[in-house]
Ligand binder design. Sequence first.
Ligand SMILES: Cc1cc2nc3c(=O)[nH]c(=O)nc-3n(C[C@H](O)[C@H](O)[C@H](O)COP(=O)(O)O)c2cc1C
Ligand code: SF4
Length: 441
Amino acid sequence: MPHLPRVGLLARRIMNETRIVLRNVGKINPRSIDDYVGFGGYSILKKAIEMGPDAIIDIIKRSGLRGRGGAGFPTGLKWEFTKNAASDVKYIVCNADEGEPGTNKDRIIVENDPNSVFEGMAIAGVAVGAEMGYIYLRVEYPGADLILRAALAEARAAGYLGQNIMNTGVNFDIEVVLGAGAYVCGEETALLNSMEGKRGEPRFKPPFPGVSGYHGKPTVINNGETFANITYIIDYGPEDFARIGTESSPGTKLFTLCGNVERRGVYEFPMGITLRELIYDVGGGIPRGRQLKAVQTGGSSGTFVTPDKLDMHMDMNLAAAHGATMGSGAVLVIDDRHSIPELALNITEFFVGESCGKCTPCREGAMRLYQLIQKFMSGEASLADIDTVKELSTTMGLASLCGLGQTVSTAILTTIDSFRDEYLAHTYSGSRDGRRTTTNA
Ligand SMILES: Cc1cc2nc3c(=O)[nH]c(=O)nc-3n(C[C@H](O)[C@H](O)[C@H](O)COP(=O)(O)O)c2cc1C
Ligand code: SF4
């Protein structure tokens, strides 16, 4: 029996949303530190410094906060590993690479409320004993870059970052590092290599970054949305936060609603909201009277979900119970004009371009998969090719080194499982004209 979402009493409701991460958005000028401080900014950092590392980590653990970058690892536990790692130098890294197609939430956060991310990172620094943090920012976000750098300079000048912040004896500073423009550089170890000026290729794990990260030093890497949750949790307490969302995934989630839906955008709702609510109540349904055909959840590396699963609750565990992923919260709505094998081809082409080439299953497999799906699009595939696509996807999932190669299969396998008929129709035995049966009219 799923644990249904409950909305915390203290969460600030704006229209239909439950805003924790976006609670300052639209209320403060992101270029004004005075605005942020006027809304209580940096008082939570001061409180956290007084509490000390153990109490901070205890609160974050009790809140149940899980990382918002896709994998959902418990944040408090991650911080504890780094706190306990013996080293005189440690680092905090905010992952704002946001390369997942269809995801646009970290940009909204850093452009509209940069100080909430800085404050969350500084609290993490206090918790683990780090004095330096970096924001790895997607290079295609020049506007966010300008805002972040200006806001950092202002926070530093006002004594909220840098040496002896707020006269507490604590040092913590932040720099922006521009990403390398590759999807794989969002993977935490490829990100570290990129930051160090090396090729953006994933490293073997273990060791994990929490123990051996940036320049071999213990490093906490969290998503921008994860950091933006921290001040709320310390301010209102872990119990309030845990009352929002679901038992396995407390809190809210930023969903990027895109594709064939009336009201595309980034929305914040308690974890556990259903796909139906997101698409119809929030998004206003499918435009121009078309029918819903599928939803891809979790970005290009995510799963294809059929309309009969619209009542699926979007959280990290409940979605998985339906064989689906929530990932970083992308919800791509697909109407009945689209051919699923054609979308699968598009996704595979993306992965061919983004594979870093370090390991054979992904480097060779992605290209082979692309060629196979192309065979369907040109009506030259046979029934046996469906099995080959399935077998190759499974092998890539099992044998690829990092999440990129592993999740090519996630997307493709779900298209075959749920839309096998469409693949069949694209075989030379299933299609009369040897071409696709759906149109893009
Ligand atoms: C190919 C690939 C791309 C990724 N891209 C991102 C990204 O853009 N942003 C992000 O936060 N995490 C991304 N991740 C997940 C990170 O490796 C890591 O799990 C995350 O930054 C940890 O933060 P969290 O615990 O707050 O979620 C990616 C993972 C893979 C495999
Ligand atoms: S799975 Fe792909 S992206 Fe990841 S290391 Fe291997 S080749 Fe590179």
